[in-house]
Design a protein around this ligand. Structure first.
Ligand code: ADE
Length: 259
């Protein structure tokens, strides 16, 4: 990670000169860096498929107390993130005038597999994607107007801040960059993918063959690949019907998932 995370010196590590860069602007840079250095997002950077730049918005505060928030004009509880540090931080890190700048906020469009693929394409086309983590009650509307191009929510609940949502968005995107996932963590038939017709994944089993009296479905032990594939597909369809009838109907409203 260019701002803080250390090289692990592994053989995986390569030059990252041309890798697209995801810039995260936050008031909690240590929290963001820790997650981005871990697991698949961390491996993606070490392998050179992406770079992360984490910027502390407080470094762009305009007063000596490094103030980044204040009370709302017109009154009301809660602190508002001030426009100047947010706008100046974005302008300082942004390399392209047309870069997509995402604000994570409960008021944004709901994050999804479709949006993941759209943002992945955007990152690959422009080589840059910027996420601003909202905090407190919200950010000054003028910061949105001046630098934010897109607003994303990860669901209808309110978190303490936009860091976890930003990390959700980054994780979902980078695992889809070519070469990031290896066979053992393939995304091909994950829930919501085209392989699953946008529905849920099936049930999976591993060793031991029996645990506390519970066995593995016989077909999975049969070695008959066509039967196994059919069982998994039917299982996924049934699971989707039961748990997510909204997905079973198909995202375009047409009936999908026929077995
Ligand atoms: N900030 C607080 N809650 C959020 C949510 N659900 N999605 C995105 N940003 C948020």
């Amino acid at each position: 990670m260019s701002s803080g995370a250390e090289s692990d010196g592994s053989a995986e590590e390569v030059m990252t000169g041309q890798a697209p860069v995801i810039r995260v602007l936050t008031l909690f840079p240590d929290m963001v860096r820790a997650v981005l250095a871990t697991s698949i997002p961390g491996r993606a950077e070490r392998q050179g498929q992406v770079r992360y730049e984490v910027t502390d918005i407080r470094d762009f505060a305009v007063d000596k107390h490094r103030t980044v928030d204040d009370t709302a004009y017109g009154g009301g509880a809660g602190m508002i993130m001030m426009a100047p540090p947010v706008v100046e931080a974005v302008e300082a890190v942004r390399r392209r005038e047309d870069a997509t700048v995402i604000l994570t906020t409960p008021q944004g469009e709901t994050f999804s597999e479709d949006l993941t693929l759209e943002l992945l394409a955007d990152l690959q086309a422009k080589g840059e994607l910027i996420l601003v983590c909202g905090r407190y009650k919200g950010i000054d509307e003028r910061a949105r107007e001046l630098v934010v191009t897109r607003e994303v929510s990860i669901g209808d609940y309110v978190l303490s801040g936009g860091e976890l949502p930003a990390l959700v968005v980054v994780d979902a995107i980078v695992r889809r960059l070519p070469g990031v996932l290896h066979d053992e963590d393939s995304a091909a038939n994950d829930s919501f993918t085209t392989d699953r017709d946008g529905g849920l994944d099936c049930a999976w089993y591993t060793k031991p063959p029996e645990f506390r009296g519970l066995t593995v479905p016989e077909v999975l032990m049969s070695g008959h690949h066509a039967n196994i594939e059919q069982w998994r597909r039917r299982q996924a369809v049934e699971r989707t019907r039961q748990r997510r009838p909204d997905l079973a109907a198909g995202r375009d409203g047409k009936t999908k998932l026929s077995d």
